[in-house]
Design a protein around this ligand. Structure first.
Ligand code: CP
Ligand code: NVA
Length: 310
C-alpha cells in the first residue's frame, strides 16, 4: 500500500522507513519510463521549488531545476550570497518567509544544523541537497541505480574507499536501511562519524546488513559487487587539500584495486571526480563505471521525491 509522504522533509535516509525508500525508488522507475517515452506528466502544476545554494553544484542544481519543470512546476534558484541570510537574517526567519511563497525548498549548506533548523521553521517540505554531514538525494539515486543494474539491493557488498564524509555517511544509512553489506575504508583519522555509524548499525541490526569500517583498501575491495569513491577534499575543506593528498595516496580506486573485486563489479562516484586522485581516468572511463547513469538518475529520483512530498 502507498505510504503518504506529502509534507515530509528529506533530510536524512536514517529518518526514512524502508517502505518510503521503496516508494521513492518505485516512483522513480515510473517517472523514468514516462520520461523515456516522452510522456507529459504534470502533477506539480503551479507549484514552485526554491533552491538555496551555499556551495557550488552542477548535478544537483540542474537535475532539480529540470525535474520540477518536467513535473509542471517552477524552480527558483536562490544563491545564498544574494539572500538576506548573508547579511544576518536568521535561518528561522528565512524559512518562515519562504514558506509563504514556495511549495517546497531544497537547500545545500555547510552546517547540517542549518537544514534541520530550516525544516523546523518552515511549513513546506525541505529537501537536503547536501550538507557537510549528509547527501541523501545522491544516495537514494545510487540505490535506484544499483537496483536497476543488479535487480536487487540484497546480498551485495559495497566497498566505499575514501573519506568518511557526507557520501560515506549517507551510504552507511542507505545500505543499512536496505540490508546491503557495506565496507567503509578510510585512512586512519578520516573514518566516518561515530554517531552516524552507531545509528547505521542500529538499522543494520534490523535488516541484517553488515557494516565494516577498516583502513585496508584491498580487504574492502575483496569480492565487492560495487566499489564507490568520492573526492578526498570535499567542499569547504580546501585548506586541508595538501595534507589530504598525502593521507589518501594509498586509497585510490585504480585497475589493480578493481582486480580484487568481483568480475562484474560496478564502479560508482557521485561526481565531481578528481581524476588521478581518488580514481584513475582509466577506471572512471572503463567498462565497470556507471557514473553517468548515477548522474542521470538524480533527475528521476528527485522528481519522485518532489512528486511524493510536495
Ligand atoms: N553529486 C553532486 O551532488 O554533484 P553536484 O555537486 O554537481 O551537485
Ligand atoms: N563529498 C563531496 C560531495 C560532492 C557532491 C563534497 O561534499 O564536496
Amino acid at each position: 500500500m502507498a505510504v503518504n509522504m506529502k509534507g515530509k522533509d528529506i533530510i536524512s535516509i536514517h529518518e526514512l522507513s524502508r517502505e518510503e525508500i521503496d516508494q521513492v525508488l518505485d516512483t522513480a522507475m515510473i517517472l523514468k519510463m514516462k520520461n523515456k517515452l516522452g510522456e507529459i506528466y504534470h502533477p506539480l502544476k503551479g507549484k514552485t521549488l526554491g533552491m538555496i545554494f551555499q556551495k557550488s553544484s552542477t548535478r544537483t542544481r540542474v537535475s532539480f531545476e529540470v525535474g520540477i519543470w518536467q513535473l509542471g512546476g517552477y524552480g527558483l534558484f536562490l544563491s545564498a550570497s544574494d539572500l538576506q541570510l548573508k547579511r544576518g537574517e536568521t535561518v528561522a526567519d528565512t524559512a518562515r518567509n519562504l514558506s509563504r511563497y514556495l511549495d517546497g525548498i531544497m537547500i545545500r549548506t555547510y552546517a547540517h544544523q542549518d537544514v534541520v533548523d530550516f525544516a523546523e521553521y518552515s511549513s513546506i517540505p525541505v529537501i537536503n541537497g547536501l550538507t557537510d554531514l549528509l547527501h541523501p538525494c545522491q544516495v537514494l539515486s545510487d540505490l535506484f541505480t544499483i537496483q536497476e543494474k543488479k535487480q536487487t539491493l540484497k546480498n551485495l557488498k559495497l566497498a566505499y574507499i575514501g573519506d568518511g564524509n557526507n557520501m560515506a555517511h549517507s551510504l552507511l544509512f542507505g545500505a543499512a536501511k536496505v540490508g546491503m553489506d557495506i565496507f567503509i575504508c578510510s585512512p586512519s583519522g578520516f573514518e566516518p562519524d561515530s554517531e552516524i555509524t552507531r545509528l547505521a548499525r542500529l538499522d543494520a541490526s534490523k535488516t541484517g546488513a553488515k557494516i565494516i569500517i577498516n583502513n585496508d583498501p584491498a580487504q574492502a575491495a575483496q569480492s565487492a559487487d560495487i566499489i564507490y569513491t568520492d573526492v578526498w577534499t570535499s567542499m569547504g575543506m580546501e585548506g586541508e587539500e595538501e595534507k589530504r593528498l598525502q593521507s589518501f595516496s594509498k586509497y585510490q580506486v585504480n585497475s589493480s584495486l578493481l582486480e580484487k573485486a568481483k568480475e562484474d563489479v560496478l564502479v560508482m562516484h557521485c561526481l565531481p571526480a578528481h581524476r588521478g586522485e581518488e580514481i584513475t581516468g582509466e577506471v572512471i572511463d572503463g567498462p565497470h563505471s556507471i557514473v553517468f547513469d548515477q548522474a542521470e538518475n538524480r533527475l528521476h529520483v528527485q522528481k519522485a521525491i518532489m512528486a511524493l512530498i510536495m
